[in-house]
Design a protein around this ligand. Structure first.
Ligand code: PRX
Length: 607
């Protein structure tokens, strides 16, 4: 076990040396000539180096004993299994990659993956990277409108989807969403449909050619050369919400990204070759990209995926799977822990958790009560719990313990090796211990995002202008007298609902898309299970009468516009909203009023 303080001190004496040492553990077609080119605010790592995430996730294992090891275990909702060794996964990926090539896909082309949690989701992601195409995974729970925006922004050439799929007791007709999303689309040439459930796929868009996944791969060769990529060539785009406007496309590259995610999983989860790693996230989010798929494979271990939800077929399903499949590392979100906590401890007691060695948490602050419950009843007070703070933009864990350190429930510990962070005031000055301030990262890190797709201005303004010279994370935090970080939550208009990231502006425009709504203001309110819930203040158009039915209609409007993850909990009809003289809604004032907190400075308030 590493000594954190000693390794950290060494790592930041010269972070470039530290990261170079890690990069040398991985495979490159051509070595880099320069470790870091930092042209603020753009960092380019391993300049001149050539590699591919897939070269490290699959190819390099094929000549080693890892080739015959299980790479992926997938369990369906009805408990059937699909297992792939590294060799088998490589074959499936190669066949699908050749299928994509047969449709004319070339290096740099954008491909939207709108699939549920099934093996094809991972095969498709790997296949895109293998041939140098750039994937944009859209979470399968997003609505047709949300999908449409993301396909259009990425100018995708191909959409990969499923006809329909089981989700708990429901069957989701996701192909219907694709049809709506692509009705007027100009860039998509092919839709590839996985038949998760056997039924006919209706081709409702005659301009776009539809192909069944199975038909596309049947006659393809099992050999496919992995494309040589420059270290900073884009690997994927992932859309995430910000405080203003539409979700933005965060771009990650090949070289730096793989170095950061490889090292963090290795040290934070103390990876050993026989690990069976289960991250309960979905590949629609960054956790799924970095720690369900890419890093476990780069590290040559087995990644475990369960198709269903934590409460289907019953609330014991996770515990049953940990016991049955001898999971060694289990990584989940506070919201799930809080939801399961409500059922007490009895349902856990009959299961054997002796295989577990490390637990992890991600996505939102974990309250000490949930931390202790997880540690005590799942970890049986024997194994460490890693509370990992990071973001879509950071690509990798940034503030996190490693298993050897002393933990404090509710604290995400300290920065990972080679990462320099701090908590500062408005002017960028370090705040005293236990004082709330802005969380910043002082120097580039390898998995740092490359840009915001199609919007470099937003990249600069959101992350690098509020406090010049550093990366502004958008979170508030405190550092205690022992140097431990305590993440308070977002300091912008981003709301974290059950760990899902949503923007107030995005929710407001969803409300306003209903013709009965004149104006909307949305805030996040603390919620016992979800972390935060959505509350909306609505001004109706003249002549529209407020009613409970209208509230239900507006909930549907938002679900249709974004998806069920954005379901509002409360709607208030109001006559006026607090605004600045220039007309900007002061959500801060609404939130303070709602929570009974001091309203603070109101000198810019219009009325
Ligand atoms: O507010 C922080 C919260 O999640 C935000 C990033 O969200 P997203 O890009 O969707 O990525 C989530 C998965 C990495 C952060 O700005 N967050 C994430 N992890 C933690 C957290 N807040 C507190 N503690 C954490 N461990």
């Amino acid at each position: 076990m590493l000594d954190y303080e000693k390794t950290y001190a060494e790592s930041i004496k010269n972070p470039e040396d530290y990261w170079e040492g890690i990069a040398k553990e991985l495979s490159w077609y051509k070595p880099w000539s320069k470790v870091l080119d930092w042209q603020y605010p753009y960092a380019r790592w391993f300049v001149g180096g050539e590699t591919n995430v897939v070269y490290n996730a699959l190819d390099r294992h094929l000549e080693t004993p890892v080739a015959d090891k299980t790479a992926l275990i997938w369990i369906s909702q009805d408990m059937s299994e699909r297992k792939f060794t590294y060799k088998q996964l490589n074959t499936e990926v190669s066949k699908f990659a050749n299928g994509l090539k047969s449709l004319g896909v070339k290096k740099g082309d954008k491909i939207t993956i709108y699939l549920p949690r099934i093996p094809e989701q991972f095969i498709a992601m790997l296949a895109c990277l293998k041939i140098g195409a750039v994937h944009s995974v859209v979470y399968s729970g997003f609505s047709a409108d949300a999908l449409k925006n993301r396909v259009e922004d990425a100018q995708a050439k191909i959409v990969i989807c499923s006809n329909s799929y089981p989700y708990g007791k429901k069957i989701i007709d996701s192909k219907k969403n694709v049809d709506i999303a692509l009705a007027e689309n100009k860039t998509v040439e092919h839709v590839i449909v996985v038949e998760r459930i056997k039924n006919n796929t209706n081709d409702t868009n005659s301009r776009i050619k539809h192909i069944k996944w199975n038909e596309l791969v049947t006659s393809q060769s099992t050999e496919c050369k992995t494309e040589v990529m420059e270290s900073s060539d884009p690997a994927f785009i992932l859309y995430t919400s910000g405080s203003t406007g539409k979700p933005k496309g965060v771009i990650h590259g090949h070289g730096g990204y793989m170095v950061g995610i490889y090292a963090t999983l290795k040290y934070v989860f103390d990876i050993s070759p026989d690990d069976i790693f289960w991250s309960t996230a979905d590949a629609g989010w960054i956790t799924g990209h970095s720690y369900i798929l890419y890093s476990p494979l780069i590290n040559g271990i087995t990644t475990f995926v369960y198709e269903g939800t934590p409460d289907f077929p019953d609330i014991e399903i996770w515990w049953r799977l940990i016991d049955k499949y001898k999971i060694t590392k289990f990584y989940t979100a506070p919201t799930a822990i809080r939801a399961l906590m409500k059922f007490g401890e009895e349902h856990l007691k009959k299961y054997d958790f002796s295989s577990l060695k490390i637990l992890g948490s991600v996505g939102e602050p974990i309250n000490p009560e949930a931390w202790l419950w997880f540690y005590k009843h799942v970890g049986r007070e024997k194994i460490p719990l890693m509370d990992t703070w990071w973001q879509t933009e950071t690509g990798m864990h940034m503030i996190t313990p490693i298993p050897s350190v002393k933990l404090k429930p509710g604290s995400a510990f300290k920065p990972f090796f080679g990462v320099e962070a701090d908590v500062v005031d408005d002017h960028g000055n370090k705040v005293p211990p236990n004082t709330q301030g802005y969380l910043i990262i002082k120097k580039p890190w390898p998995s740092m995002f490359l840009d915001v797709y199609n919007n470099p201005t937003r990249y600069k303004e959101t992350y690098f202008e509020k406090i010049p010279g550093v990366y502004f994370a958008g979170d508030s935090a405190k550092i205690d007298e022992d140097g431990y970080y305590w993440i308070v939550g977002r300091n912008d208009d981003v709301i974290k609902v059950s760990g899902h990231r949503l923007g107030s502006a995005e929710l407001e425009s969803a409300f306003v898309s209903n013709p009965k709504v004149a104006e909307a203001a949305v805030i996040g309110k603390p919620h016992e299970v979800k972390g935060e819930s959505i509350k909306a203040f609505i001004i109706l158009k003249q002549g529209v009468t407020p009613s409970d039915e209208l509230k239900t209609e507006l909930v549907q409007t938002v679900r249709k516009s974004i998806g069920p993850i954005a379901t509002p909990d409360e709607i208030d009809f109001v006559e006026k909203l607090p605004k600045t003289r220039s007309g900007k809604i002061m959500r801060r004032v609404l939130k303070a009023q709602e929570l009974g907190l001091p309203v603070g400075d109101t000198s810019t308030l219009d009325d």
